[in-house]
Each structure stands twice: as structure tokens, then as C-alpha cells.
Design a protein around this ligand. Structure first.
Ligand SMILES: Cc1ncc(COP(=O)(O)O)c(C=O)c1O
Length: 291
């Protein structure tokens, strides 16, 4: 690769690094036609990955669910991802990986043995600024109208897109989703509710994506001795919660301070990030500094 090419924002397509404008795929790619593919987003801080292994393991689980063969070994993934980070100058970036089943004549039934399409790009990691942590974000409650396999990190995201759009149309930043009266997650993040000093976490079943940030938060809370329960969380518990948090690789942990136009929390704390949030924020920043 020439020095000039190394300086350009570079993407990875099917084993080759190139400028984005040179990356082309067939319109018959099943990712384009059916959303028949999976993806990952891996955060890098100062060029260092947060939980690379866990992201690659989740990628494998998503591929297994769709019966798509993983085109690379873990070592090959690490080499390709490392090279992409380097080509894009390191720093704070999010590596996006997408694997689709490949290109075929349009037919619902997948043909066996297709060559997977593998695409990766690097984007700036838009972690929230300090004022977002201090202000928090707003959410609106919506029925979770997505499919029943939300544990697969599939590129078929129309349900999530429509819910995000609906929340923005109602003037909120994000949607808080409920299925049969219980909290699931947000359109692209996990949610935890804090009640009477206990962090309540919806279980990682087929109704939510097992977020890497969510798993990390649970681990940090347990290591710090913070009371935490993984169990179903009712709508009533969410509506009367002392604190609500939203978690993802790009957001890290952010407080939700308004739900359905009402302040979250009680008394002087209402509408403000709570004390447990600031504790978790510190634990998370300390963890990042140790990467
Ligand atoms: C539906 C959904 N839940 C949760 C998450 C958070 O996962 P992670 O912490 O691995 O970014 C995401 C991230 O894209 C998501 O799309």
C-alpha cells in the first residue's frame, strides 16, 4: 500500500484495503436484498480495543444462528482489524464489521457454499461529551415491535430504525422498549433501571442484544460490590425508578433523565443523573484507562 493510500480513510472489502469510493458490492448481495447478514461495532480508545474477544465471540454466535460460516479465524480477524485501525490513524474509533451470506440469484432459500461478503470501516467514536452526562438524555416508552430474535446482531434492522424514528418524532432522543409489560432495551442500546439502590438488569435472552457494554457494566458493578439483579423489570418499576441508564459501545453509560416528558427519579434528584450513575461512570472511565 502506498503512503498516500495509508493516509486516506481506508475500508476493508473481501480481504483488501481501499478508499471507500473504490469499495463496490453487487446489488444481488443478500445483505442488500434481504438484510441477510450480521455486524459488529468495536470501540477503540487510543488505538486499543475494548473487549475485542467478546465482540468476536458475539460475531461468531450471530453467524452460527444464521448458519453462515465465519470467513476468518480469530487471529485473521485480529490482523485485519488491527491493520484497519492503523490505516485510519488509530485514536478513538469504532470499527464496523459486516458479513453477509454473499451474492446469489434472488431466492429466499439460501444456497449453500456462497462466498461471504466481508466489509469493515472505521468511524470516529462519538463518545458523549461531559455535558451529555450532566444533562442526560430523554426517552419515550414504546411497544417493542421487533422480531423475537433480538439476540442476533443482524443487519436487518428495520424494526429498530422505525422505533428510533418514532422516538425522534415524539421529540425524544431514544425509545425505551417494553414487551408484554416488561422492559427489553432501546433501539440500539441496553437499559438498566435503579431502584432502592439495586441495579435491575433485563436478562440476556432472545428479547435483547447481549451488549458488550452491558456485560461490562454488570461485571464492574459486581466487582465493586454494588447490588445488582438480573431479572425481568416491570413497566411500573421503570416508571418509578430512581435512575435509568442507557448503555452501548458508542454511548458507554449515559443517564436517562426524562421519560415520557417526566423527570426520572425523586425529590431533589429528579431529572438529574443519580449517585449510582456517577459511581458507574467512574468505574467505566477507570476501566478504560487500564486498557
Ligand atoms: C439493540 C441493541 N442493544 C444493545 C446494544 C449495545 O451493544 P454493545 O454494548 O455491544 O454496543 C446495541 C448496539 O448496537 C443494539 O443495537
Amino acid at each position: 500500500m502506498t503512503t498516500q493510500a495509508m493516509c486516506l480513510p481506508s475500508v476493508f472489502l473481501n480481504g483488501k484495503f481501499m478508499p471507500l469510493e473504490d469499495a463496490h458490492i453487487s446489488p444481488l448481495d443478500r445483505g442488500f436484498i434481504f438484510g441477510d447478514g450480521v455486524y459488529e461495532v468495536i470501540p477503540f480508545y487510543d488505538g486499543k480495543a475494548l473487549r475485542l474477544h467478546e465482540h468476536l465471540k458475539r460475531l461468531q454466535r450471530s453467524l452460527d444462528e444464521l448458519e453462515i460460516d465465519n470467513p476468518y479465524s480469530t487471529d485473521q480477524w485480529k490482523a485485519h482489524i488491527g491493520a484497519l485501525v492503523e490505516h485510519n490513524g488509530g485514536g478513538n474509533i469504532a470499527i464496523y464489521i459486516q458479513i453477509t451470506r454473499g451474492v446469489a440469484k434472488r431466492d429466499f432459500a439460501p444456497i449453500r457454499g456462497l462466498k461471504q461478503t466481508v466489509f469493515m470501516m472505521a468511524n470516529p467514536l462519538p463518545t458523549p461529551k461531559r455535558d451529555v452526562y450532566e444533562r442526560g438524555i430523554s426517552c419515550v416508552s414504546l411497544d417493542d415491535s421487533r422480531w423475537l430474535r433480538c439476540h442476533i446482531k443482524s443487519t436487518a434492522l428495520l424494526g429498530a430504525v422505525m422505533l428510533k424514528h418514532a422516538s425522534n418524532n415524539e421529540g425524544a432522543d431514544e425509545a425505551l422498549l417494553f414487551r408484554d409489560g416488561y422492559l427489553t432495551e432501546s433501539s440500539a442500546s441496553n437499559i438498566a433501571a435503579i431502584k432502592n439502590g439495586v441495579i435491575l438488569c433485563p436478562p440476556m435472552d432472545n428479547l435483547i442484544l447481549p451488549g458488550i457494554t452491558y456485560e461490562l457494566m454488570i461485571e464492574l458493578a459486581r466487582n465493586a460490590g454494588l447490588p445488582l439483579e438480573v431479572r425481568r423489570v416491570s413497566r411500573h418499576e421503570v416508571n418509578t425508578a430512581d435512575e435509568l441508564w442507557i448503555l452501548s459501545s458508542t454511548k458507554e453509560v449515559v443517564p436517562i433523565t426524562t421519560l415520557d416528558e417526566k423527570p426520572v427519579g425523586h425529590g431533589a434528584q429528579a431529572g438529574k443523573p443519580g449517585p449510582l450513575f456517577w459511581k458507574m461512570y467512574e468505574l467505566f472511565q477507570t476501566y478504560k484507562r487500564g486498557l
